[in-house]
Design a protein around this ligand. Structure first.
Ligand code: GAR
Length: 217
């Protein structure tokens, strides 16, 4: 069966992009990265696309007068490559409700918290400041609000004594790199689908490793 075509949208480092590229090296993985788009010309992550020989585009938001114009340019590029799914991977731009609606059920994001807690920016500092004991990451279908939408999978990690934002971020990132490919696999295999406002729990989600618990919990 043909593999699903992914576009991965980035703004920076691109380590989650790399995790999807790595997963797709396995011919049995049901999706492949067909297009990488960055809204920042100097995004580090573009190097991962270059190295893997993946078609890449810079669509610089500064070149557009309005969010609508920027999103139209994104949409044109995505349609031209006929992608099936759009994966946001550290893409730090708000998308318009029209764009989100056009790609409903096919637009996916990863966020370094157990949503719906800790949406937005400076997540790791805020979690340390709040003194939470369990942190994690979430992959979700995107809805119009930032870092919101039906959750596809989550992975949990402990917050350990002595953690600061950087050590916690590194522990979560390790899980992000497993969770994103696991969730993309479920979506591409049609095992995780939007049903109204939720993605119904499916035992295959645990089997696929998209849910984990910290040791001893
Ligand atoms: C990741 O931690 C991702 O979860 C986060 O940005 C980082 C990007 O890292 N995304 C968000 O905070 C979305 N609100 P990467 O560029 O190395 O993949």
């Amino acid at each position: 069966m043909a593999r699903a075509k992914l576009a991965v949208l980035i703004s920076g480092r691109g380590s989650n992009l790399q995790s999807l590229i790595d997963a797709a090296v396995d011919a049995g993985f049901p999706a492949e990265v067909s297009l990488v788009i960055s809204n920042r010309p100097k995004a580090e992550g573009l190097k991962h696309a270059t190295k893997a020989g993946i078609h890449q585009l810079v669509i610089d938001h500064k070149d557009f007068q309005t969010r609508e114009d920027f999103d139209d340019a994104l949409n044109d590029a995505l349609r031209a490559t006929k992608v099936d799914y759009v994966c946001l991977a550290g893409f730090m731009r708000m998308l318009t409700p029209k764009f989100v609606n056009d790609w409903r059920g096919r637009l996916i994001n990863i966020h370094p918290s157990l949503l719906p807690a800790f949406k937005g920016l400076h997540v790791h500092e805020r979690m340390i400041d709040a003194g939470i004991k369990i942190a994690g990451c979430s992959v979700h279908f995107v809805s119009a609000e930032v870092d919101a939408g039906p959750i596809i999978g989550q992975a949990a990690v402990p917050v350990l004594p002595g953690d600061d934002a950087d050590t916690l971020a590194a522990r979560i990132l390790e899980q992000e790199h497993k969770l994103y490919p696991a969730c993309v696999k479920l979506i591409a295999e049609n095992k995780a689908r939007l049903s109204g406002a939720v993605v119904p729990f499916d035992s295959s989600i645990t089997a696929a490793g998209a849910l984990s618990n910290p040791p001893g919990v």
